[in-house]
Every structure is written in C-alpha cells, then in structure tokens.
Design a protein around this ligand. Structure first.
Ligand code: ZN
Length: 519
C-alpha cells in the first residue's frame, strides 16, 4: 500500500528528528489493509487470467485458490483489531482527506461483510456460482422457466441482505442502488428515467420515421483480424492509453481491470463488423485511462480505483461516443483506417463513415444498442427491477412485461426470452441496482461535455488530433481523485452544478436531430 508505506517513511524520519513518536490507530491499520489489498490484487489477476489465457479446464481447480484467497481477505477485514482500530480512526482528528476516505471505505466493507450471517453468505455464494451456469443453459434453450426458480431464490436473498444493510427505514431497492451509485436513490432515478421516457421515446419515433436513410453495409466485410488488432492498438494509444502501464488482450466479452495505476488491462474482441471492436476498444480505453489517471498517492488503497460504476461508464462513454463518434475525431484518423482497409473503404467518404457509425437502429439487445436508444434499454430494466424488489412482481410475469416495455419504448418485440429477459447475466450474478449506472454514466458524460465546451474548442481540438488536452481536463477534475469523492460530488465540483439530466437529453436531441433532420 503506497500510501501507508510513504507515510511510515515520512513519519519515521520525523520520529528520528523528534526522538520518539507514538503510532496512531491509522498507522496500526496500515499493515492489515496492505495485506487485504494484496489479496484483492491477486484475486483480480486470477479473474483477468480466467477470462483471457487460463486453459478451459482450469476453472474448478482455480476456483479453490480463489475461494481460499477471498476467505483470507474476509478474515483480515473482519478481524477484531481492524474493527477496533476503525472505531478509533472514525473519531480521530487530523486525518487527511485520503485517510478519512480509506477509513470510510474500510468501515463500509466491514459492515457489509459483518451484517450477513456467514452461513447465509456462503449458501448465497454457492447459489450465485451455480446460477450463471443455469442462466446460460436457459438462455441457450430459450427457456425462461428453467431459470425462474433460481432467479426467485436470488431475489429473496438480495432482499434479505438489503434488509440487514438498510439504515433507518431505507427502502430495499435504495439499499441496492447505493451499492453501485451513492446519492442516486429511487427518488432521483425516477426523475431521471421519467425525463428520458418523456423526451426520448417520442423523439426516437420521429427519428425512425425520418426520410433520412443511412447506409452502413460497408462496415461489414473483409476486415482481417490482424489489421483490426493493429487498428485497436493504434486507437487505444491515440486516445491516451499508455501501453507502458497497460496491456490489451482478447476475451469473449470486452472488459477492463487494473491491479494499480501502473498495471491496467483492457480486453477486446474482433468481429466481422469493423466498428464493433473499434468502438469497444475506445470504450475500454476510456475505462483504462480513468484508472491510469488515479493519483499515485491513492493507488493500491481502498480508494485507489474509479469513484463508482456510473462514473466509470461516464468516462468510457465519453471516449466512445462523445469523442469517438464525433466527426471531428476522424479528421486526422480516417486516413489510417483507409490505409488499413483499402478495399473495403476505398469509395467510402469520411462523412459517410461517421454517419454509418451513428446510425440509429432500435433493437432487442442492450449491448448492441446505438447511442440514442441505449438508455431506453436501461429504462426497461430499471422499471422491472423496481417492481421485482419493491412491488413483489411475480418472476413468472417478467418475459411478458419485458416484451411489452420493449414494444412501447423501442418499437420492437422479442420473439423469445433469449433475446428478451434472459439476455444479460447481471440478475444471475445477483447484481440488482447495477443497470441504472449505465445510463447515469452517459448522462454524466454529457454534463461534462457542456462544461468542457464552455472553456475550449472541443471539436477544434479533435480536428487537430489533440485528444490529450481533453484527457488532462478529465484527469484534473475526475480521474486523480479515485474513489476518494463520490460521483455526485465530483460532477458538481467539476461542472459547478448538481447532476442535471437535461444536458444528456439536449445532447442527444441536438446530435440526432441534425443527423436525421427531425426536431
Ligand atoms: Zn463500460
């Protein structure tokens, strides 16, 4: 743990000068947290390895190692000495902001681990480990009934755990939401999603009925993997990902993880459609640049990573959509693309390429959604989660309600549960309250954009290839603080305003109104 080590060295020197110095509770906590962090880092490395390079049959055996490591982690974090030291630290004066944040995170982690009876937690872990397999089988068979009983059990555990954690009359779904995005309760989210529904559902209808038709057939074709890999590395570096402190590998589902701010790892996948990997790389590079930008003082502590799920998505989507799907971005870069794929893109003008990668196509699958329809996929999930947790909606009714909502908001209706309610793994993993952060991230990003545009020529910078200037602004206001401050505070400190979803709606309506010639 860099922070505590540096401090120890500093205080050690002071101690020599002053002759003697009493070790405080925070310093005593250091070695415990250091060991806990080391175990976490090892767990992250195993997860990364499982998704990228580990042999297929390793799973069951490696799981035992992972189980032992996470058991050791829990033991340290719930150690009696840790509890006592945290109690003292909470009252201690004179801790720095970073130290206070570390104490806060450790205390929250402790109470999370402590409040759930260990037998229940273990049974739940086993259920969840098993449920991913059941979910994937049900999805393959397009059979929701095969997954429904498991989902019911997961929901009942989730409610129970939320009950243990709830503070003074807090509602259960609010407890769950709090785990992913502090400061965004149902009250705030109802307002957010209500606005999206009111503004974007009718707007999307106008877009799909527009006379403007966009060609995108040239995005699919002979795009060799080798060349796509070259492009992926070029783009990640171009937007600011540092390959001396990061690597990129392939995995079935792209993701980003990090051991600390000098080891950040991205994955991607290569498809026949060239824009699929291209934007997924820029997206993951956005997550990666966030982690690379965390202060050295914070990395390898409990506040050494991104502030929240939503803030993380704000950065990845800022890079993917606001930077990457901007025509100005392609002015210096499109030549490189043509050079790599001369046959496919010979006759395609830059303007037409940019229009194609911004084409709006309401579909059934969230992960394939375009920028405009994306948040409506999230809206469906938010409304259903709320009903499941707060209104005891019968699990059996999910497929039908899901299909109705898709039809109402997006104008498409799934023909089977595999392309409907079974498409995401989140619920099978017990992640309730996670989905809203995807949409919040896009909205945070739009609010940041309008702030940045006030003080600099955003498009001009992109045209000149100076993405770095924009990265520095994000680093200064967001990245360097890691998890020390929550997303609402960061957003307010940066933009001078509390979260305001109107910027997001205005951004989408302006961009897509122009593209599709509608209002
Ligand atoms: Zn992401």
């Amino acid at each position: 743990m860099a922070l505590s080590l540096n401090k120890e060295i500093q205080r050690g020197e002071e101690g020599i000068k002053e002759g003697k110095q009493e070790e405080g509770a925070y310093e005593k906590l250091g070695p415990y947290l250091e060991r806990a962090m080391a175990l976490q880092t090892a767990l992250i490395l195993f997860e990364w390895d499982n998704e990228t390079l580990a042999p297929e049959k390793a799973g069951k055996y490696t799981a035992r190692v992972q189980g032992a490591l996470s058991g050791a982690y829990q033991e340290i974090m719930t150690d009696k000495a840790v509890r006592e030291l945290l109690n003292i630290c909470q009252k201690e004066q004179g801790l720095t902001e970073a130290e206070q944040a570390i104490v806060r995170e450790a205390s929250e982690e402790l109470s999370r681990l402590e409040k759930i009876p260990p037998e229940e937690y273990r049974a739940y872990q086993e259920l969840v480990a098993e449920s991913a397999r059941i979910w994937s089988g049900a999805k393959k068979a397009k059979d929701f009934d095969a997954f429904a009983p498991t989902l019911k059990k997961i929901i009942s555990y989730q409610k129970k755990f939320a009950g243990y954690q709830a503070k003074d009359g807090q509602r259960m779904y609010d407890v769950m939401l709090d785990n992913y995005e502090k400061g965004f309760s149902m009250e705030k989210l109802d307002e957010f999603f209500g606005l999206l529904k009111k503004e974007l559902v009718p707007f999307l209808k106008r877009v799909t009925e527009s006379h403007v038709k966009i060609r995108d057939d040239f995005l699919t074709g002979n795009y060799p993997r080798e060349k796509q890999r070259e492009l992926a590395e070029f783009l990640a570096e171009y937007v600011g990902f540092d390959f001396e402190r990061g690597v990129m590998a392939e995995s079935a589902h792209p993701f980003t993880t990090n051991l600390h701010n000098h080891d950040v790892r991205l994955t991607t996948h290569y498809k026949d459609r060239v824009d699929s990997s291209l934007f997924s790389v820029i997206h993951e590079a956005g997550h990666g640049i966030y982690e690379l930008g965390v202060d050295d003082e914070l990395t390898q502590t409990l506040v050494g990573q991104g502030a929240s799920m939503g803030m993380h998505e704000s950065q990845s989507r800022f890079f993917e959509n606001i930077i990457g799907r901007n025509e100005a971005f392609w002015v210096p870069v499109y030549g490189k693309l043509k050079e790599l794929f001369p046959e496919e893109l010979e006759a395609v003008r830059r303007e037409d390429f940019v229009r194609a990668v911004n084409k709006v196509q309401p579909g059934l699958i969230r992960t394939e959604a375009d920028e405009l329809t994306y948040s409506l996929h999230v809206l469906v999930r938010y409304e259903l989660e709320k009903m499941l947790i707060e209104e005891d909606l019968e699990v059996e009714r999910l497929p039908e309600l899901w299909a109705d909502k898709y039809e109402e908001y997006l104008g498409v209706r799934p023909q089977n549960p595999a392309e409907g309610v079974l498409q995401d793994i989140h619920w099978a993993q017990g992640s309730f309250g996670y989905f809203p952060s995807y949409a919040l991230g896009s909205a945070f990003a739009a609010q940041m954009l309008q702030f940045i545009k006030k003080s600099m020529d955003f498009e001009g910078l992109l045209e000149k290839g100076e993405v770095e200037v924009i990265v520095q602004v994000l680093k200064r206001h967001i990245h360097r603080f890691g998890k020390m401050r929550d997303s609402r505070r960061l957003l307010k400190d940066m933009t001078g305003e509390d979260f305001n979803p109107r910027y997001y709606v205005e951004y989408l309506k302006e961009k897509y109104g122009k593209l599709y010639e509608v209002e």
